[in-house]
Design a protein around this ligand. Structure first.
Ligand code: FMN
Length: 186
């Protein structure tokens, strides 16, 4: 049976893209939070919806960039933990370790699967009206046990090391099993 979905919940139909962590930093401060409302706009441009009340947004607007990192299923508790706002939880970053492979001051959270650094393309109306940020990818790294030859390879990967999708109410899914057709684009 095909049932109608209320418009209030319809956006959750697309809640199967991977959950990300968004981080950003200035010289004085940095922050990180989970974000699911992330998308691809072009091969080098991504979108991110960032609520105006989030502490992370304040830092992004000062630094001019955001980093998307792809957590693994083993970090599901951390995803929930980092959804607490730094406005209230001042010690939110205390137990976290960041690294900076480019030496340019980008805070990449350790133990994730992949990282994308995006320079914000200023679009004031989108940012003000829709909380929508566009970012041009300027650097990227990935764990080469799961992302190599320019794409994800997840079939051999244990469940705890797969990306996750967050649907609602504490329910996650791991990216599932793949299947291969003859390459239709060759
Ligand atoms: C799985 C998940 C996905 C989320 N996705 C978003 C998102 O895409 N955009 C957003 O503004 N907030 C999102 N949130 C909520 C923020 O993470 C939350 O408001 C957080 O407290 C912001 O932290 P900050 O104030 O320290 O920046 C999400 C939360 C969870 C648990």
């Amino acid at each position: 049976m095909i049932r109608e979905v209320s418009l209030e919940k319809a956006h959750r139909i697309l809640a199967l893209s991977p959950v990300t962590f968004v981080s950003s930093a200035t010289e004085e401060d940095k922050n990180i939070m989970p974000a699911g409302w992330v998308g691809t706009v072009a091969t080098d441009i991504l979108s991110l919806v960032m609520d105006s009340g989030n502490y992370t947004r304040r830092i992004m607007e000062k630094s001019g960039y955001f980093i998307l990192q792809i957590p693994r299923a083993a970090q599901a508790d951390l995803i929930i933990e980092l959804a607490k706002s730094r406005h209230i939880h001042e010690d939110k970053l205390e137990k976290l370790s960041f690294f900076d492979p480019s030496g340019q001051g980008y805070p990449l959270l350790e133990d994730c699967l992949a990282w994308l650094v995006c320079e914000i393309i200023p679009e004031v109306r989108n940012q003000t009206v829709y909380d929508l940020f566009l970012g041009r990818i300027v650097a990227a790294w990935a764990d080469d046990s799961v992302f190599y030859d320019g794409r994800w390879h997840l079939d051999h990967v244990e469940p705890e090391n797969r990306p996750v999708h967050y649907v609602s109410g504490g329910q996650f899914y791991q990216t599932g099993s793949g299947f291969q057709l003859a390459d239709p684009f060759k």
